[in-house]
Design a protein around this ligand. Structure first.
Ligand code: IFM
Length: 457
């Protein structure tokens, strides 16, 4: 066996989000979020469940921190539930909501675990949705007010901040495809939402810096490394469109390049934007969005292979196809393709030059249950993580400034429109008893962290 080592200050961690694990949905003054409303709307979540209880982390956070510590976790990425802090989105602060995150942060620091706080991981206060939600500019203003409250409360101890998790999901998945809350299907609103999410990021960064001296601030994107299915010009154009829709639409403005002109042209042609262009953009917005950040967070799960023929029910987009029948697939139906992580990190380094990169999420859904001895032999997840760690290491060899890696997820949790049917955790959760069992992948990850490297044959 040989050890493929990582740099000595490389940060190994794990990630979760508020609605997916906290539960306590109506406790201590928490307001309603769009996910409370959406998940209780019949037909929206596959197994008819919701996050009312989830992993009951709100009550069990001490036990969860102790478990993280026993696994040697160096960093923990979690999100703050906006409706716990400002139950109606703006105005009156709920001190009990802040208390919870104060206790969580203190507990993590006592355990020697560095907190990475995500301000928005999808639980918008329903009251703001009732006023129009992300398609309205006022929601970006409200986000900045919320950010200031949280950064002032935690900024003395939290020094790593992520404004948004996955703007593509917040805007397009939720407002164009309708698969996530608030469940709208309107491309124009989705594009407006994407702009206001990015704008709120740009406005929030200096607010965080002012309240949390010395803070490192970034944003997390879910990126979709893509390739054309063939060398034909038509397939190449399908790839271009997909890359623009998922990746460049967010990366380009964040790195000072305006929204991509080819995508604006595509959207005007398809009637998603008026002929005058992207009119929600006001003077000064692009400068705000291009604010200097300390890092880019990357969530990577799978690649996309594009063919030019259109999906009939999704007339807006080219078809994604499965190129490699020999590939392994996770239970989400996602192809296991570690080399695309290498390519993605390398591309980000070369094309955009972020100061630092973190893999803020990477992981796999496999539902391997505990065996008769109570052990969870999730070999597929272990192999998945090993191969992705090694792919990331190769990107670092090629110059990508990767500073840390957060496995998604610390524990099984509420997987949005799939409910509890999909399990991404390295820790098994028995939802009836709330018992936690570290899976084999978690025990293996503990060894990786200890050795600061991956053993290979
Ligand atoms: O569970 C989600 C997470 O909330 C955001 N990124 C993708 C994960 C798996 O689908």
């Amino acid at each position: 066996m040989a050890l493929i080592g990582f740099p000595k200050d490389f940060l190994w961690g794990t990630a979760t989000s508020s609605y997916q694990i906290e539960g306590a949905a109506t406790e201590d003054g928490r307001g309603e979020s769009i996910w409370d409303r959406f998940s209780k709307t019949p037909g929206k979540v596959g197994d008819g469940t919701n996050g009312d209880v989830a992993c009951d982390h709100y009550h069990r956070y001490r036990e969860d921190i102790a478990l993280m510590k026993s696994l040697g976790m160096q960093a923990y990425r979690f999100s703050v539930a906006w409706p716990r802090i400002l139950p109606t989105g703006r105005g009156k602060v709920n001190p009990k909501g802040l208390d919870f995150y104060n206790r969580l942060v203190d507990g993590l620091l006592e355990a020697g675990i560095t907190p990475f706080v995500t301000l928005y991981h999808w639980d918008l206060p329903q009251a703001l949705q009732d006023q129009g939600g992300w398609p309205r500019r006022s929601t970006a203003e409200a986000f900045v007010e919320y950010t200031e409250v949280v950064a002032r409360a935690l900024g003395d101890r939290v020094k790593n901040w992520i404004t948004h998790n996955e703007p593509w999901c917040i805007s397009l998945l939720s407002h164009e495809k309708g698969l996530h809350a608030p469940g709208l299907k309107d491309f124009r609103l989705a594009l407006a939402a994407s702009h206001h999410v990015l704008l709120s990021h740009g406005w929030a960064v200096p607010v965080i810096r002012a309240a949390s001296p010395g803070a490192q601030v970034g944003i997390t994107l879910n990126l979709s490394p893509a390739e054309p299915a063939s060398a034909s010009a038509a397939d190449y154009d399908a790839f271009r469109h997909h890359d623009g829709y998922f990746n460049r639409w967010f990366l380009d403005p964040l790195y000072g390049r305006h929204y991509p002109a080819d995508m604006i042209a595509d959207y005007i042609k398809a009637g998603h934007l008026p002929s005058e262009g992207f009119t929600v953009v006001q003077p000064g917005d692009l400068e705000a969005i291009a604010v200097d950040t300390d890092f880019l967070g990357v969530n990577y799960y799978n690649r996309a292979v594009l063919r030019s023929d259109k999906v009939p029910e999704e007339k807006n987009h080219p078809r994604t196809v499965h190129l490699a029948p020999e590939s392994e697939w996770t239970e989400m139906g996602w192809e296991v393709h570690p080399d695309s992580l290498r390519k993605l990190l390398t591309r980000l380094h070369v094309d955009y030059g972020p100061r630092k990169l973190y893999v803020t999420e990477n992981g796999a859904s496999f539902s391997t249950p505990p065996d008769a001895q109570g052990r969870v032999p999730d070999e597929k997840r272990l192999n998945f993580l090993r191969d992705h760690f090694l792919a990331a290491r190769k990107a670092m060899d090629a110059g990508a400034p990767l500073a840390g890696y957060f496995v998604w997820s610390f524990m099984d949790n509420f997987e949005w429109d799939r409910g509890y049917a999909q399990r991404f955790g390295i820790v098994w959760v028995d939802y009836k008893t709330q018992q936690r069992i570290p899976k084999d992948s978690a025990l293996w990850y503990r060894d990786v962290i200890k050795a600061n490297g991956v053993q290979v044959p």
